[in-house]
Design a protein around this ligand. Sequence first.
Ligand code: MD3
Ligand code: FE
Length: 211
Amino acid sequence: MPDLFAERRETMAAGAVLLRGFALPRETALLAAIEAVAAEAPFRHMMTPGGYTMSVAMTTCGSVGWVTDRKGYRYSPTDPTTGRPWPPMPICFQSLAAEAAAEAGYRDFQPDSCLINRYEPGTKLSLHQDQDELDMSQPIVSVSLGLPATFLFGGAKRGDPTAKYPLVHGDVAVWGGPSRLTFHGVATLKDGNHPLLGEKRINLTFRRALG
Ligand code: MD3
Ligand code: FE
């Protein structure tokens, strides 16, 4: 395939690459696959170990899923809501994640988990690190769909200043190497209505959780 996206690549930091519009040609398949996953593993609002209910609703596909409850954060092979294994990762998810990672210089990215985050206006994701995965040499690939959001990209310490990046429908970001453990979050989602997704934003976060 020719390199159609070279002129829409932005480098946010060492190891962090934004591929604007990378997911656009696949939006129809992605949205159908999200609906199919959510029919098996419904979106839910999980509780943090500190006892707060998250404003962002989540579900997972893949062999393990990130879960949180009063006991802590961890990856689980089963969905605590249904007691069943998580739905398998759709092929269109696997290929998008692997191709985006390759585009950013990471060969052979084979995610075993895709966290699906659903934002509605007024919801946000506070500053945090993704550090529950075993192999930090593997990148994370994230795909933005629906309403635009402001992504907050900090540093290695919680108190470091944050840069703001607008993320819109179809944008894909790859985070690896020196940026893998940076603090990040999503600012409170503004009101809006997306032609395909209505009053919501969906983010797919692909990870290699187990070694
Ligand atoms: C930077 N999700 O699920 S994806 C998450 O838009 C999460 O739903 C956000 O942060 C969302 O954990 C942001 C972008 C992202 C994901 C992982 C990262 C950025 C990252 C790991 C390291 C640095
Ligand atoms: Fe994160």
